[in-house]
Write a protein that binds this ligand. Structure first.
Ligand code: BDR
Ligand code: CA
Length: 316
C-alpha cells in the first residue's frame, strides 16, 4: 500500500479511528497533529497515548498548527472531555513527540514524493489547517498528494457545531476553503452518514461481551462508553456513531462504501449564521467536481473493522 499520513486532532473518535487503522493493517507511516477537539498539546499527547497502548510507539508524530489561519481557536471539550479522551486510563509512560513542525513535515514529504514520481496518501480527521498551511507555503506539493480523505463538512447543510456547520470545517473555515479550492481528488465522509452509520448501545454491549479482557480492550471500552454517554447527554439516542472511523474505514476497505455523490465543494466564510457551512455542487457550476462524498457504507463491515480494534492485542 502507499505511504499514509494521518492528520488528527486527538479526540475520542480519533483515538478509535487510529486503533482501527492499526488493528486492520494500515498503521500510518507518520502522524501530524492539529488543534481541534482539544488544544494542540493535549491532542498530541492523546495520539502518543494511543500509540503506546497499541504498542506502536515507533510511529513518528509531528506537531502541527496550534490555531486556525485567521479566527480564534475553538475546541470541543464539551464532547471529548477535558483531556480529549473522555478520561480513558493512560499508560504510565507516554512516548516523546518526534517533530514540532508538522506543516514542514507535510511539505517535505509531499515534495520528496513528487520528485520521486510517487504519491503519499493523507487522511484528515480534524480541522484542515496543517494541509492548508502546507499548500499555501508550497503549492507544488499537490503533485505528491495521492488519496486525500477527510472527515468533515455537511452535504445537506445541517451542522453539529452550529446549525449550519460541522466542527472540522467550522474550526478553520479559511483552511477548508484553501483545501477545497485545490485541484486534488478528495474522498469526504461528511457529518450526515456519520449519524446514520452506528451501533446501538445493546449491539456494543453484545460485541464487547465476546472479547477477552485486556489492557487494550479496557482503553477501547472507556472510549466507546464516553462516546455513547455524550451522544445521549446531548439529547441523542444511545448510539455509537461511526464518525472519524467512517473515513478511516473507507481507507482500510474502499469496497465498504456503497453509495457516493460526485461534486465540487466550497465553504461559506462570511461572518454570521452560515460561516463554515459547506456548499456541495454535483452540477459542475462551482468548478470541476473533485470530491467523492460518502453517503452509504456497509455497517456490518464498519462493525467488523471496529471489532478488530477492540480485540487487538499489542505485541502479539
Ligand atoms: C468531528 O469533530 C470531532 O468531534 C470529531 O473527532 C470529528 O473529527 C466531527 O464533527
Ligand atoms: Ca477528529
Amino acid at each position: 500500500a502507499r505511504k499514509l499520513i494521518l492528520d488528527t486532532d486527538g479526540g475520542v473518535d480519533d483515538a478509535q479511528a487510529l486503533l482501527m487503522l492499526i488493528a486492520n493493517g494500515r498503521t500510518p507511516d507518520a502522524i501530524t497533529t492539529v488543534f481541534g477537539n482539544v488544544g494542540l498539546d493535549a491532542a498530541t499527547r492523546n495520539i502518543l497515548t494511543v500509540l503506546e497502548v497499541a504498542g506502536k510507539a515507533s510511529v513518528p508524530v509531528h506537531k502541527g498548527a496550534d490555531r486556525p489561519l485567521t479566527q480564534p481557536v475553538i475546541d470541543a471539550k464539551y464532547i471529548h472531555g477535558e483531556d480529549g479522551l473522555g478520561g480513558a486510563p493512560r499508560p504510565a509512560k507516554i512516548p516523546e513527540v518526534a517533530g514540532t513542525n508538522g506543516v514542514g513535515y507535510l511539505v517535505d514529504t509531499f515534495r520528496a514524493a513528487a520528485k520521486a514520481g510517487e504519491k503519499v496518501d493523507i487522511l484528515m480527521i480534524g480541522p484542515l489547517t496543517n494541509l492548508a498551511l502546507a499548500l499555501r507555503l508550497a503549492p507544488d506539493i499537490t503533485a505528491g498528494i495521492g488519496q486525500l480523505t477527510i472527515m468533515g463538512a455537511t452535504v445537506y447543510g445541517r451542522g453539529n457545531t452550529t446549525p449550519a456547520a460541522e466542527f472540522n470545517i467550522y474550526a478553520d473555515p479559511e483552511a477548508a476553503a484553501i483545501v477545497f479550492g485545490t485541484e486534488i481528488e478528495m474522498l469526504i465522509a461528511p457529518w450526515e452518514p456519520c449519524v446514520t452509520h452506528f451501533m446501538t448501545g445493546d449491539e456494543v454491549e453484545a460485541l464487547l461481551k465476546d472479547i477477552p479482557e485486556s489492557p487494550e480492550k479496557t482503553f477501547s471500552v472507556a472510549l466507546v462508553e464516553h462516546a455513547r454517554r455524550t451522544t445521549v447527554g446531548y439529547g441523542g439516542p444511545d448510539h455509537f456513531r461511526f464518525v472519524d472511523p467512517l473515513a478511516i474505514a473507507a481507507v482500510i476497505e474502499p469496497e465498504l462504501v456503497t453509495k457516493t455523490l460526485r461534486a465540487s465543494m466550497d465553504v461559506a466564510l462570511s461572518p454570521g449564521i452560515t460561516r463554515g457551512m459547506t456548499v456541495v455542487d454535483p452540477t459542475g457550476r462551482l468548478g470541476t467536481p473533485m470530491v467523492t462524498i460518502i453517503e452509504e457504507a456497509k455497517v456490518d463491515r464498519l462493525v467488523a473493522l471496529y471489532r478488530a480494534s477492540v480485540a487487538y492485542r499489542a505485541n502479539t
